[in-house]
Design a binder for this molecule. Structure first.
Ligand SMILES: *Cc1c(COP(=O)(O)O)cnc(C)c1O
Length: 495
């Protein structure tokens, strides 16, 4: 069966997967969604006999139907290789009655590697399929994690360049070191004097600049985005939910067709939406527990059907979830509205003008498989410590939010369904917060001392991604004013 993509705002239809990946966002500002969610064409038992790459092929072929088998397998083989430090790619670890799905074994030790390691290959393949001769220039503004994951994914990928802008004084020291030491002749990292919003607004303006686009076209370049709303990032994330289920089945922890629950620490709503897609394909998922930190817009939305971003923005120890506009939620709203683009568009306009919208009671009824959860900073730190004291297993702060929210859910419901918690970052990436949660005495240590200490207390070796930056030379030293972003891009492209 052939699947095509359409915009959630109605402006584009019948777009093949490769073109949707190349475009990222639809022209009308909507997000691309598949015209139907495909059903599994093999049994869960058959999936359980496959390794990660084979399974990735089986799932992605159902969505990317204009890719040949060879094209898709090539992309998969280049993505899920030795960049990951474990053969399983996404191992499942049992601790204190839950299954932690470790999504942080890729190049930058956070879950964004799961999709950003394959996106560059999907994109260059898509460019070829659509006869694009230009070199693709990925432009990204980052508050820390996405930038590095995109750099690692696109570094030295033929036919691509990548330019990342970050707020010079707005990322953590480890995050900055990770980016400015990035290897690859096609990479460019620039600090700007300003905050993340300045960087993001600058990038949005560059994307909207038609004159610049025409000039670059002449020189053989075109911009694209590695943003989390790209369908080429969403679909690869469906794979690991099926893989988690298949692993439980293979290990005899569940029987075929048993129901499991999933808990996902959520920001932009991409990761949990992938779990929802997996459920709709036929994966027996009961509850989708959406965990928020103190920026609990989504928790409130699941409570009363009102999405309201008008509130204080809180900086927490799980920064990748500090988000007030969850862009991928638009795909769910569209589905709740019965795939009605006009209705979805009206909600999105309300969000833009008033900062909030309220869905109808009928739409809210369709949300019954979702459970909103949240955890405060204290609840998260307590959970990290308790889990460590009880089992010796150390989780990061984002995963801590999920684990704490799950604990509260269990207290309320006494639900005994086997549960998979998406573990989205290595504790080494947020060593200071993690170690402080375990014992405040660690606060006096330097970042790298903390990392050595974490390795000792957690009895896990220090990931390559951290070892690499300890002594790596700084390759990217440019810092510019926000007015000079275009000039810096031209300098890098030598045009
Ligand atoms: C991006 C990120 C999240 C949030 O994922 P979404 O798909 O945006 O909901 C959670 N944890 C970590 C570590 C992340 O990097």
């Amino acid at each position: 069966m052939s699947i095509t993509y359409k915009s959630t705002r109605g402006g584009e239809q019948n777009v093949p997967a490769s073109l949707a990946i190349l475009k990222g966002l639809a022209q009308d500002g909507g997000l691309f969604v598949p015209d139907t969610i495909p059903a599994f064409d093999k049994s869960l038992k058959e999936y359980a006999a496959m390794d990660y790459k084979q399974l990735a092929y089986e799932i992605m072929k159902l969505y990317f139907t204009d890719f040949t088998k060879e094209e898709l397998e090539n992309c998969i083989n280049r993505a899920y290789d030795t960049k990951f430090d474990t053969e399983e790619i996404a191992p499942l670890v049992e601790a204190d009655g839950a299954y932690y799905l470790e999504l942080f074994h890729g190049a930058t030790i956070a879950f964004k590697d799961m999709a950003l390691s394959i996106l560059p290959h999907l994109m260059t393949t898509s460019a070829k399929k659509n006869g694009t001769k230009n070199e693709i220039v990925i432009l990204t503004a980052t508050s820390g994690d996405t930038g590095k994951a995109a750099l690692a994914g696109f570094a030295d990928v033929e036919g691509t360049r990548i330019v990342v802008f970050y707020p010079k004084n707005g990322v953590s020291p480890v995050q900055e070191r990770q980016m400015v030491t990035q290897k690859g002749e096609n990479t460019c990292v620039i600090g700007i004097h300003g905050n993340f919003d300045d960087a993001q607004t600058g990038v949005k303006n560059i994307f909207a600049d038609k004159e610049l686009a025409a000039y670059l076209e002449e020189k053989g370049f075109q911009f694209s985005s590695a943003n989390s709303i790209n369908i080429g990032r969403l679909i690869p994330q469906v794979v690991y939910y099926v893989y988690a289920y298949a692993t439980l089945l293979k290990e005899g922890k569940i029987a075929e067709n048993d129901t499991i629950n999933v808990v996902v620490p959520t920001g932009n709503f991409g990761n949990i939406l992938a779990a929802f897609y997996a459920k709709n394909m036929g994966l027996p998922i009961g509850k989708l527990i959406c965990a928020s930190n103190e920026n609990k817009v989504l928790y409130d939305f699941f409570q009363d059907g009102c999405y309201d971003k008008n509130r204080e923005f809180i900086l927490t120890s799980s920064p990748s979830m500090d988000i007030l506009i969850s862009s991928n939620l638009e795909r769910l709203i569209y589905w709740l509205a019965g795939n009605d683009a006009a209705s979805n568009q009206a909600y999105m306009e309300q969000l833009k003008s008033a900062g909030k919208y309220e869905i109808t009671p009928e739409m809210k009824d369709k949300l019954k498989d979702f459970v909103g959860g949240f955890a405060s900073e204290t609840e998260t730190a307590t959970k990290i410590k308790d889990l460590y004291d009880k089992t010796g297993y150390v989780i990061d702060t984002h995963t801590g939010v999920a684990a704490a929210a799950f604990g509260k859910y269990l207290e309320n419901t006494k639900d005994t369904t086997p549960t998979v918690i998406a573990s989205t970052a290595s504790p080494f990436k947020f060593a200071r917060s993690v170690m402080n949660a375990i014992d405040t005495k660690y606060d006096a240590m330097s970042d790298f001392e903390l990392i050595d200490e974490l390795s000792k207390v957690g009895n896990v070796s220090i990931p390559n991604a951290i070892e690499e930056i300890r002594n790596a030379p700084v390759r990217h030293k440019t810092v510019c004013e926000k007015e000079d972003m275009v000039a810096e891009i031209k300098k890098f492209l030598q045009v």
